[in-house]
Design a protein around this ligand. Sequence first.
Ligand SMILES: C[S@@+](CC[C@H](N)C(=O)[O-])C[C@H]1O[C@@H](n2cnc3c(N)ncnc32)[C@H](O)[C@@H]1O
Ligand SMILES: Nc1nc2[nH]cc(C(=O)O)c2c(=O)[nH]1
Ligand code: SF4
Ligand SMILES: [Mg+2]
Length: 208
Amino acid sequence: MYTVRELFYTLQGEGAQVGRAAVFCRFAGCNLWSGREADRERAVCRFCDTDFVGVGPDGGRFADAASLARAIAGCWQGGDGARLVVFTGGEPLLQLDAALIGAVHAAGFKIAVETNGTLEAPDGIDWLCVSPKAGADWVQRCGDEIKLVYPQPGLIPAAVDASGFTHAWLQPMDGPDRAANTQAAIDYCLQHPRWRLSLQNHKLVGLR
Ligand SMILES: C[S@@+](CC[C@H](N)C(=O)[O-])C[C@H]1O[C@@H](n2cnc3c(N)ncnc32)[C@H](O)[C@@H]1O
Ligand SMILES: Nc1nc2[nH]cc(C(=O)O)c2c(=O)[nH]1
Ligand code: SF4
Ligand SMILES: [Mg+2]
């Protein structure tokens, strides 16, 4: 059984695949926050910008990998173009398994994952983005890109070993201080060119 908060078709807004058409599969649930506002201040991860609780109007409960893969394929609007699904959440590695990886590959999709890095990634992921969180175990230390939300008290970029990743991004923390956080990230990238600026483009242009 897979519990999906929402499925939608959009352009990837962040990181090195920015601008690419993809089906987003947002799983319900996370291991670093319950998702309830009442719990936010005592959660491990307190800055989350996402509602991943339960099954939304564009989500569902799927009994098996084949039925979820069918629903993902049904969201694709890109015709014969290169098919991509982004598994996110919540924390997708709580639910993504070999059966689902096999089923979406069989449906012709490449698989991208957005993970907090607290769980080891399964085999078969085509594009892995890891976004470690201060105060959480960081287990998955290699991948295609690391996307560090900035600034995070307790997780400064200088203390992050990004050598296992092809791309290294600082993504300004959204919230009340977004403008100041963006300027701080710009300043850091100017001084430390290993790190590049990742803006959340979908928010800038009103995409989902
Ligand atoms: C909602 S998370 C879901 C995937 C996974 N749980 C994770 O944290 O990577 C998707 C991406 O949004 C980032 N993110 C979450 N809240 C953010 C915020 N307030 N500002 C900027 N990025 C944020 C995360 O760090 C992650 O890279
Ligand atoms: N357009 C768009 N791009 C994204 N990249 C990562 C997202 C996420 O929430 O994981 C996201 C999202 O929610 N929307
Ligand atoms: S780990 Fe990811 S989904 Fe979970 S609370 Fe943090 S940003 Fe949100
Ligand atoms: Mg998002």
